[in-house]
Design a protein around this ligand. Structure first.
Ligand code: DGT
Ligand code: MG
Ligand code: MG
Length: 280
């Protein structure tokens, strides 16, 4: 195309100018071939074949971001729903993602193990996912929050490869266990502060060295909260999968758009995986 444009341009130039332009174009071509070797500095970051590719994005500095935007403590349903909405936009765009799991300010996207998207180049996959996620988060913000954004949020990204399905299951279990541990801690912590009148450091001291059972007990005996009755969204996080709905079938619960369903279920035990057979 470039060559065609150049030759068309040259045809309409006077002879002397043409010689000059020919010289310039020759010099450019020479320079181009002289400089082209720098291409070789680009690292080949293609992900190993036949491995599960996970891209995890995480809100950058969301401790401050959640304060500045007055997120409800310990869990703000608006922010979690917005995260899932942004994740669903990523899944709608990238059909090779078979599942996504999110909690707090993070989301993990699992690509099919045989995907050849962007030749499996890690940096391409990671930046495409994190940039689309960030823009979707900003794009959909007004649907979930009444207050305007005070500054642009951003999300970091990383790629991790898992060679076996068990490794991938263990990874997802790890993220859901993390959700549970943090949520139990945060639920008691903020109950002690907001309902119990303790300062942040007093609440921290009270909880230091306690086990899950102690935290459950504090919640129940002091605040009448049965942790198991807290919303599944907060305790389990959100799993996004593709609908397998056929014509005439009932619409699945939790459906976010025509393709994607959000579930707030346990993904540590086998039952979820037997029911949905996503990784088979
Ligand atoms: P990073 O990821 O190293 O840039 O640092 P942060 O500040 O994003 O920390 P991170 O990712 O370990 O923890 C997430 C923070 O976001 C944590 O301080 C709590 C806050 N956050 C996330 N979701 C909610 C929410 O629903 N409500 C409130 N109040 N805070 C939330
Ligand atoms: Mg973060
Ligand atoms: Mg985080």
């Amino acid at each position: 195309m470039r060559k065609y444009l150049l030759s068309t341009f040259l045809r309409f130039l006077p002879k002397r100018r043409q010689t000059l332009t020919n010289n310039i174009s020759f010099t450019c071509a020479m320079a181009n071939s002289k400089f082209e070797y720098v291409r070789n500095f680009e690292a080949d970051d293609r992900c190993l074949p036949n491995t599960w590719i996970v891209v995890r994005i995480d809100g950058r500095g969301f401790h401050k971001f959640s304060e500045k935007h007055e997120f409800v403590k310990p869990n703000d349903k608006r922010s979690l729903d917005l995260m899932s909405k942004a994740a669903s936009r990523v899944m709608t765009e990238f059909k090779e993602i078979c599942l996504a799991y999110g909690q707090s300010d993070e989301f993990s996207f699992v690509f099919k193990r045989d995907t050849d998207l962007h030749k499996r180049r890690a940096s391409k996959l990671m930046t495409c996912v994190s940039s689309l996620f960030s823009s979707a988060y900003v794009f959909h913000w007004p649907q979930f929050f009444d207050i305007p954004l005070k500054y642009p949020p951003s999300f970091d990204g990383r790629v991790v490869l898992y060679p076996t399905t068990q490794n991938l299951r263990d990874y997802l279990s790890w993220r859901q266990a993390d959700c549970h541990i943090n949520n139990l801690f945060n639920t008691v912590f903020w109950a002690l502060v907001l309902k119990g009148g303790l300062t942040n450091s007093e609440a921290e001291q009270r909880l230091s060295g306690t086990f899950s059972s102690d935290k459950n007990e504090i919640l129940f005996s002091e605040f009448g909260i049965n942790y198991n009755n807290e919303p599944q969204l907060f305790r389990k996080g959100s799993v996004l999968i593709r609908c397998k709905q056929k014509k005439g079938e009932e619409v699945e619960e939790g459906r976010i758009n025509k393709e994607i369903v959000i579930l707030n279920e346990d993904i540590i035990n086998d039952s979820f995986w037997i029911k949905h057979s996503i990784l088979d």
